[in-house]
Design a protein around this ligand. Structure first.
Ligand SMILES: *[C@@H]1O[C@H](CO)[C@@H](O)[C@H](O)[C@H]1NC(C)=O
Length: 436
């Protein structure tokens, strides 16, 4: 028993120290030549490399899959839908509107005066120096939950899942030899961090970039990867849940507050042992980002707006706005100082308010394996592509307990209805007590 307690304690301490060390070394890791790193290893799993040609992050003219600036229609056909959390308080937001609430400071608090008093807009982001130490800094107190932080108006349409005022960002990257990566970026103005052992939240930040990747080979979707807390999960497209009517679209689930993405509904433990730290997903509003997006093509050096098949609503507009992707700073305030009354620190949870994240181009878009990066404990840099959807656990989970009770019901209609009426209700609760 004592050994278990010591091991748990050690794991907790390591989980504090090692990520810090890891992040400090992020710059070094970013500059590793990833093109040479793991070449010919598309999946980092034994099943595949013999069946597919290698992925090439910067293909030459002959190796290319697409024309420069091309958006193949399959990228739209297989775009993931995102179930937001039912009681989500921080909805997706329009980056163009978002930046007008900020000025820019460097890490020492030095202000760029021309960005003050409403001087900043999305196209001017490109005019800032190329430094990682810049922070979009709120003009007013974000902590009072103004509408531009909650995005309260940005509910997906019940008809087609479109969010009228919050475009997603699509970045297509040609990986050569028939491979194409489609990165869907989801922006939320605020990340509400997790509670740890009843205390929190910890790890809140202004600005929240999450993303998914659909990897295609010759127009067929092969893998879907989705981001969660700097890590994420990779799955074969075939195994993901699909939209009931538009059955080419896979479905992913955005967790409460953190907007980390998962393949299933329920409780998802992450980062710490046992269930100290968990995310929660459910079947809240269904967002279809492919109905409203800003589309770009990235060749590893330059970003350009999509030229063919552009989203008709945005034709021409991204040309003006495309430069914003070259902003290398942080999309939200710097971690609040310890003497700020809003800041809180605990040994287990860390700080309540941390740095805003960096933008899409800082997310390893030239990756060869489908994972963005490996977590600290994954020192072998493995990126297992899963066939089984790992179900969430707990009373909200459909796959793990309650919903699973009906898998043998033959009629799809009755099965779905049973799953629906018992979701999250007393029945699931009892089932969880008995079988959980
Ligand atoms: C941003 O501001 C500059 C300078 O005032 C202006 O020329 C440009 O059109 C603005 N862009 C947007 C997207 O509002």
């Amino acid at each position: 028993m004592r050994a278990i307690i010591i091991a748990a304690w050690l794991a907790t301490v390591l989980a504090q120290v090692v990520p810090k060390w890891y992040m400090d070394n992020e710059y070094i890791r970013d500059t590793l030549n990833r093109d040479e790193y793991n070449t010919n290893n598309a999946f980092k799993s034994p099943i595949d490399t013999k069946n597919f040609p290698p992925i090439i992050p910067r293909p030459t003219e002959e190796q290319r899959t697409l024309k420069s600036g091309e958006l193949p229609s399959y990228v739209i056909d297989y775009a993931p839908y995102v179930h937001l959390y039912l009681e989500e308080r921080y909805m997706p937001y329009d980056i163009r509107e978002f930046v007008t609430h900020f000025h820019v400071e460097n890490k020492n608090g030095k202000v760029f005066p021309w960005t003050q008093n409403g001087g900043l807009n999305i196209s001017l982001l490109a005019k800032l120096p190329k430094s990682r130490d810049l922070f979009l800094t709120s003009d007013e107190d974000f902590n009072t939950d103004p509408d531009w932080i909650t995005g309260v108006k940005n509910q997906p349409s019940l008809v087609d899942g479109k969010i009228e005022n919050a475009p997603a960002t699509l970045i297509v990257v040609d990986k050569g030899n028939g491979w194409v990566d489609a990165f869907w970026f989801y922006f939320y103005s605020f990340n509400l961090g997790p509670y740890v052992l009843g205390n929190g939240p910890y790890g809140n930040h202004v600005g929240d970039w999450e993303h998914s990747l659909v990897r295609y080979y010759k127009g067929e979707p092969i893998i879907v990867w989705m981001s969660a807390h700097g890590g994420g999960g990779a799955f074969f497209y075939d195994n993901l849940e699909k939209h009931e009517i538009e059955s080419t679209h896979p479905i992913i689930f955005s967790a409460r507050g953190t907007h980390a993405n998962y393949v299933s509904v329920g409780t998802h433990p992450h980062d710490l042992p046992y269930e100290i730290l968990c995310d929660f997903t459910d079947r809240g509003p269904l967002w279809n980002p492919s109905k409203n997006y800003l589309g770009y093509f990235y060749d590893g050096s330059f970003v350009q707006p999509i030229e063919e098949n552009q989203n008709p609503e945005h034709t021409g507009r991204e040309i003006e706005y495309g430069d914003w992707l070259t902003f290398t700073g942080h999309w939200g305030d710097k971690q609040l100082p310890s003497d700020d009354p809003r800041q809180v620190y605990s040994t287990i949870g860390g700080y309540k308010y941390i740095d805003g994240p960096r933008g899409p181009l800082a997310k390893n878009l030239l990756r060869i394996i489908p994972c963005e990066r490996a977590k600290w404990w994954n020192f072998w840099n493995g990126c297992n592509v899963r066939e089984n959807i790992k179900y969430g656990v707990g009373i909200e989970s459909e796959g793990y307990n309650c919903g699973n009770m009906f898998v043998h019901v033959k009629s799809q209609f009755i099965r779905k209805t049973l799953q629906m009426v018992t979701l999250g209700g007393w029945f699931c609760y009892v089932a969880d007590l008995v079988y959980g």
